[in-house]
Design a protein around this ligand. Structure first.
Ligand SMILES: [Zn+2]
Length: 300
C-alpha cells in the first residue's frame, strides 16, 4: 500500500494567552486569526471523498487486501499516482499532467468531491440476501474486490467510475448506508452516463450512446452501447468465472460482422487506421506544400 506524507488538515487554534484583554492584545489576536485563516486557505487540503472501509464484524472482509485495489487503480494510467492516507481515503498526486486521461480526470473529481463515498471491501464469499454480489451493492456500499480484480482494465475503469458517480450523486450517501437509499434510479443513470462518457473518451468517438442493460441469468449481465455513425456496438459483459467470481470484459461488434472482437483489438485497429490516414494526408499535402515550424505554408 502506498502512503503519502500529508500536511496537517487543521491549523492549531491561536493559544488562549494571545487573547489579551488590552486593545493592543486584541489587535494582535485578530491579526493572528487572519494569518491563520490565510494559511488555512493557502494550504487547504482538499476533501477526500473516496474511502476504503472494512465491512461489518464477521463479514467476508477484503479490507486487509486494499493495497491490491490501490495497485490495480495505479496500473490503469501513468499520469497520476493514487494512494491511501492514514484514514484510508484515496489521494491523488499528478506525476505528469500531459498524460492525464479521462480515468484520472474522473478519479480526481471523485476524490475532491465534498460528499463521501465509502467502499466497504468484501471478498467473493460475501453474500447479500444469500446471493453473491455482482461488483457492488448500492445500499450496503459493498465492493466485491475479487470481482473487480477479475475484470479487464476497461471493465474495471467503467465499474469504478459507475459506482463512485452513483454514490456521490446521493447527498450524504455515507450516512444512509444500510437503508433503502432513495434516488437509486437517478444515481444509476448518472453512473451509466459517466461510463458512456468514459467509453467516448477511450474510443475517441463522441457518438457512443448507452442502449440497454440486461440480466441474462446465470451470472451473465450485459450493458450495451452503440455508435450509429461509427456503425458498431459495444457490449460490456459480466460472466461467472471459476469460484463464482463475476468479471467484466468489453467487446465490439461491427455492423455487418458476426463475430465480436475485444475492445482492445478494436482500439488497435482504430489506431492503425488513424495512423494510415495521417500518413496518406501528409503524402497528399507533401506534393503541394512545404512545412515550416509545424505550420503549412504554400509551396513557392
Ligand atoms: Zn448502478
Amino acid at each position: 500500500m502506498k502512503e503519502r506524507a500529508t500536511e496537517p488538515q487543521v491549523e492549531p487554534a491561536p493559544a488562549a494567552d494571545e487573547r489579551a484583554v488590552s486593545g493592543a492584545g486584541m489587535v494582535a489576536w485578530a491579526q493572528t486569526l487572519q494569518r491563520t485563516a490565510g494559511n488555512r486557505a493557502a494550504r487547504r487540503v482538499l476533501s477526500r471523498a473516496v474511502e476504503m472501509r472494512a465491512p461489518g464484524r464477521g463479514e467476508a472482509s477484503a479490507f486487509e487486501r486494499r493495497g491490491e485495489f490501490v495497485d490495480r487503480i495505479n496500473r490503469q494510467t501513468p499520469g497520476v499516482l493514487y494512494g491511501l492516507d492514514e484514514n484510508n481515503l484515496l489521494t491523488h498526486e499528478v506525476l505528469d499532467a500531459s498524460s492525464i486521461q479521462n480515468f484520472d480526470t474522473k478519479m480526481m473529481q471523485f476524490i475532491d468531491d465534498t460528499n463521501l463515498a465509502p467502499m466497504r471491501l468484501i471478498t467473493n464469499a460475501g453474500l447479500v440476501d444469500g446471493q453473491r454480489l455482482l461488483i457492488d451493492s448500492f445500499n450496503l456500499a459493498y465492493v466485491d474486490l475479487d470481482d473487480m480484480l477479475a475484470c479487464s482494465d476497461l471493465s474495471f475503469q467503467m465499474n469504478l467510475i459507475h459506482f463512485l458517480e452513483e454514490r456521490l450523486a446521493i447527498p450524504d450517501y455515507s450516512r444512509k448506508i444500510g437503508t433503502n437509499i432513495a434516488g437509486f434510479n437517478r444515481a444509476h443513470r448518472a453512473g451509466i452516463a459517466a461510463e458512456t462518457e468514459h467509453l467516448r473518451s477511450v474510443v475517441g468517438d463522441p457518438d457512443i450512446q448507452f442502449t440497454f442493460e440486461e440480466d441474462q441469468g446465470n451470472g451473465r449481465v450485459v450493458f450495451g452501447f452503440r455508435s450509429r455513425p461509427g456503425r458498431y456496438r459495444i457490449f460490456h459483459i459480466f460472466t461467472r468465472r471459476t469460484g463464482g467470481v463475476q468479471g467484466g470484459d468489453v467487446f465490439v461488434l461491427k455492423e455487418g460482422e458476426r463475430r465480436q472482437i475485444s475492445i482492445e483489438q478494436f482500439l488497435e485497429e482504430r489506431a492503425t487506421a488513424a495512423t494510415a490516414a495521417q500518413v496518406e494526408r501528409e503524402r497528399l499535402q507533401g506534393a503541394t506544400e512545404h512545412r515550416a515550424g509545424g505550420q503549412s505554408v504554400p509551396a513557392p
